[in-house]
Design a protein around this ligand. Sequence first.
Ligand code: NQM
Length: 358
Amino acid sequence: MTDDGVRCMLMRGGTSKGAYFLAGDLPDDPAERDDLLLRVLGSPDPRQIDGIGGAHLLTSKVAVVSASADPSADVDYLFLQVAVDEPVVSGRQNCGNLLAGVGPFAVERGLVEPRGDRADVRIRLVNTGGCATASFPAPGGRVDYRGGTAISGVPGTAAAVVLGFEDTAGSATGGLLPTGRVMDVIDGIEVTCVDNGMPVVVAAASDLGVTGYESHQELAEDRALLDRVQSLRLQAGKLMGLGDVRAEPVPKTTLVAPPRDGGALCTRTFIPVRPHAAIGVLGAVSVVTAALLPGGVARRHARLPEGSRFDVEHPTGHLEVEVELDLSTDPPSALRAASVRTARKLFDGTVYPRGGTP
Ligand code: NQM
């Protein structure tokens, strides 16, 4: 940190965008750090006009990265969700999209030196425990962001960042089935509360009076639906052991419907009540997990493929994830998960927080 600015890299990670910092460039004290991040992003303000946030939860994100003391990891990654119109910074969840930029950022900052033409970076997920591995091209030790991989929600193509996950079960709640049941009834609606990397309340779209094929903009205009989603997640938060989640970004809610574009399941996700234009990575892993559980709500609506690759339909395309569970244990256990994302360095420099310069 300089007198009036902070070293920062802005990156797109998957379908999100955020500010990436070395932990050593931020204050150690979490309250001071969060205050600084609010001023960097420009919150609270619905337009984040006086900061570098993009006025949306998916573009108001922060990754804090440092060398890991854990011998099984190269770097530690702390994800922070900076609220847009409230002065709130939350570390209650992971972000699998921003994660796609963490490996490249670690190489850019010299925390990891790739050997050969690819980098394989082992990343400890500080928010929730668990580990991820990111594999991407780095010929001659330099990250190459160019490539032929397209992901729904991002124009053009870029280099694939292959993400593998371990120990994702119970990320924020301590259990794959945080309520201890595969099915709960809230407000008369059957839900499956699941946490395989992201706590999610899964319900059938038809049970909430929608088809599940509406656009995210249409859903955003349905005030009555958003109120019902909020009511579901507030009660589910308590059942899942998360307490009062009114000001928290988790649990998310996903409404499911039968696939209609060749996928395994059609989804409409709320983060936490605003409709997502797509679906988060670990959100998708958790929803697929729900769909694999016999007796769960999502299972009835899914067309499950052979094998472990699942194509999740969402409002703007598809997200493919790999999920493996062991259904022979009680409760079922998560074996592994994976996804392919892309990432890009947008700028690298010094950011000047509001109120930080004369
Ligand atoms: O679930 C949105 C996103 C996310 C999180 C959210 C994510 C994940 O689309 O792993 O990536 O659920 O708030 O970036």
